[in-house]
Design a protein around this ligand. Structure first.
Ligand code: NAD
Ligand code: TDX
Length: 349
């Protein structure tokens, strides 16, 4: 099978492509604009794989997307390209509207045209997997979980644009018969995550002896899923998920932010002790994120019972593995801090 993946130079996309190339004989076409979050170094080890093709393109460029479908003739699309950071969406929502809404619209348009032109023996098996977030469901109080039928109630510009893109994807199924499946997943963590997100930010700041900025009182709760478990879930949905359905994906690992940050500090104390003191002493409570959702939690009964997927990686072990990864891959994140992570690959430094 040939799979068109959008956003493959990002955190989840790069882990997904590595997983697919190492666990299947699929061919991958990666369409990525290389925004600040796109990092070709995250796929450097796969660049010579003959089953892998990279196209630096914007999903909002309809002619370019038509060209990609015409040239590569994929059997499926896994759509991950997005502006993904909540804090950036608060400071500058325009890019989120452009990529997450307009970009998804243009990609859907090109995909539907392509699907309608497919020969009758190929069209029925074509899939468009739209990858989304649990944040579209809004915020939970102390109890409860999001199910696939929870009404949408997005709060941040990021989640509002992801909600819009989910609705567009479903509308393309209903209206144009594009075989769409939507997934909504909780917070991912693991290797190759851009160091603006909570876990890599804390690890890298701690190693630099900088303050660890915890928003508010650190009492907000997220459900954490190891990125490889998300990749496995997406493959499972692509292979066996039902067209027109939504699948929630979660890790059943809820933690208060402050507890997670303390865990990271404890792991660092063991693996990379400070000259004096403990990493926890660097924790600093800073003003809260505006509109900060209190808690997310996912009921993933449907994907578990229908597709047999369940997380394989537990939080404690995989958090330790993740901290170790950042300790042993300083070159990867130092190039980001230095600002030359995209130039290196393009041969400009
Ligand atoms: P990321 O920010 O790490 O990567 C996004 C990628 O998309 C980058 O490589 C970027 O260059 C590319 N991109 C952005 N705009 C583009 C455009 N206009 N055209 C082509 N490429 C473009 O994001 P991520 O954390 O890997 O998330 C991937 C997807 O999964 C997103 O759709 C996100 O909403 C969703 N998601 C993420 C999480 C999470 O915890 N990170 C959880 C649930 C769902
Ligand atoms: O410096 C920080 N301090 C802090 O306390 C940062 C960056 C975050 N936080 C808090 C805010 C959140 O409660 O940690 C929690 C996690 O923050 P992020 O890593 O920014 O993730 P979140 O806002 O939960 O969104 C993530 O999960 C869902 C991804 O960025 C989204 O793309 C995904 O859809």
């Amino acid at each position: 099978m040939k799979i068109l993946i959008t956003g493959g130079c990002g955190f989840i996309g790069s882990n997904l492509i590595r997983h697919l190339l190492t666990s299947s004989d699929h061919r991958i076409v990666n369409v990525d604009k290389l925004t600040y979050a796109g990092n070709p170094n995250s796929l450097a080890d796969l660049a010579d794989d003959v089953r892998y093709t990279f196209c630096q393109l914007d999903i909002a460029d309809l002619q370019a997307m038509r060209g990609v479908f015409a040239q590569h003739r994929p059997d499926a699309v896994m759509h991950l390209a997005a502006e993904s950071h909540v804090d950036r969406s608060i400071d500058g929502p325009a890019a989120f509207i452009q990529t997450n809404i307009v970009g998804t619209f243009q990609l859907l348009t090109a995909a539907a045209e392509y699907h309608q032109g497919l020969a009758s023996e190929r069209a029925p098996s074509f899939r468009f997997l739209h990858v989304s977030t649990d944040e579209v469901y809004g915020a939970l109080g102390a109890t409860g979980e999001f199910s696939e039928s929870t009404p949408y109630d997005p709060h941040s510009p990021y989640s509002a644009t992801k909600a819009a893109s989910d609705h567009l994807a479903r509308a393309w199924k209903t209206t144009y018969n594009l075989p769409v499946i939507v997934t909504n997943c909780s917070n991912n963590y693991g290797p190759y995550q851009f160091p603006e997100k909570l876990l890599p930010l804390m690890i890298i700041k701690a190693l630099g002896e900088q303050e660890l900025p915890v928003y508010g009182k650190g009492e907000n709760i997220r459900d954490w899923l190891y990125v490889l478990d998300h990749a496995r879930a997406l493959c499972s949905v692509l292979e066996n998920g039902r067209v027109g359905q939504t699948y929630n994906i979660g890790g059943d690992s809820q933690r208060r932010n402050i507890d997670l940050v303390r865990s990271v500090c404890g792991i660092l104390d063991e693996l990379h002790p400070r000259r004096s003191g403990r990493y926890e002493e660097l924790i600093t409570f800073v003003p809260d994120r505006p509109g900060h959702d209190f808690r997310y939690a996912i009921d993933s009964t449907k994907i578990r019972s229908e597709l047999g997927w369940r997380p394989q990686f537990d939080l404690e072990t995989s958090l330790r593995h993740t901290v170790r990864w950042y300790l042993t891959h300083r070159d990867w994140w130092q190039a980001i801090l230095d600002g030359n992570y995209q130039l290196q690959r393009l041969g400009q430094v």
